[in-house]
Design a protein around this ligand. Structure first.
Ligand SMILES: Cc1cc2nc3c(=O)[nH]c(=O)nc-3n(C[C@H](O)[C@H](O)[C@H](O)COP(=O)(O)O)c2cc1C
Length: 208
């Protein structure tokens, strides 16, 4: 049975472009995979904790020596990793914030990227331990960061997400660039006119 893990990170609820495009993708994915499961983790409304000294000490304590306190410090990380491991497809919806990802999404990544669990170094080379996944990333951006734009190099979110997922072994990653959210009203476009072609792309990504 197919399973989709959906990670949302915008705090803007129904006004969020990344969430609305995520809804389009999720609806299409459900229609294409009957009897499948969708698990959602909403980082904006269920904010992850940050990595702290207890977390670091616990990660570097061998499992057979971990105390209850160590295990408690890794509980959220265990849950986040289990959700990713159980999914065939991982959908991440995110705004571009200050040319990067929102802090809540970075906090989720910090729980997911765990030495010995989701990656290891073998003879000095990094080896991802998460395989057989497809990732779809929907990134809403105020400006235009397409390849022909002078802003292109300032989008750090796209290369970062590709790098960190690839580091874990998730190399089948597709981006939906929802750029220009702040610009379409100045071009005389309605919200529907702006969203429609992006929703069409989100639907196409289900079978891509
Ligand atoms: C705190 C904050 C930082 C932002 N930083 C950027 C930015 O660096 N570049 C950009 O193009 N848009 C930026 N924006 C605009 C958002 O990317 C844009 O509104 C996007 O639609 C937000 O995603 P959402 O609609 O899913 O909430 C920022 C918005 C906020 C609230």
């Amino acid at each position: 049975m197919a399973s989709l893990l959906r990670i949302d990170s915008s705090p803007r609820g129904n006004a969020s472009v990344s969430r609305r495009l995520g809804d389009t993708y999720t609806d299409g994915w459900k229609a294409a995979h009957s009897g499948s499961t969708v698990t959602t983790r909403d980082l904006a409304f269920q904010q992850p904790t940050y990595v702290d000294i207890q977390w670091i000490q616990s990660v570097y304590t061998p499992p057979d020596q971990q105390t209850d306190a160590h295990k408690a410090a890794l509980k959220l990380s265990d849950e986040i990793i289990a959700e990713v491991e159980a999914a065939d497809t991982i959908l991440i919806t995110s705004p571009l914030y200050n040319f990067s990802i929102p802090a809540v999404l970075k906090a989720w990544i910090d729980h997911l990227v765990r030495a010995g669990r989701t990656f290891a170094y073998v003879n000095g080379a990094p080896q991802g331990k998460v395989h057989g996944k497809k990732a779809v990333i929907i990134l809403a951006k105020g400006g235009d960061y397409s390849e022909s734009s002078p802003m292109h190099a300032l989008d750090n979110a796209t290369p970062y997400l590709r790098t960190i997922l690839g580091f874990l072994g998730i190399t089948d990653v597709t981006f939906l660039d929802a750029g220009g959210v702040s610009m379409y009203p100045h071009k005389g476009q309605t919200e529907e006119q702006f969203l429609e072609p992006l929703q069409q792309k989100a639907r196409e990504l289900v079978t891509a």
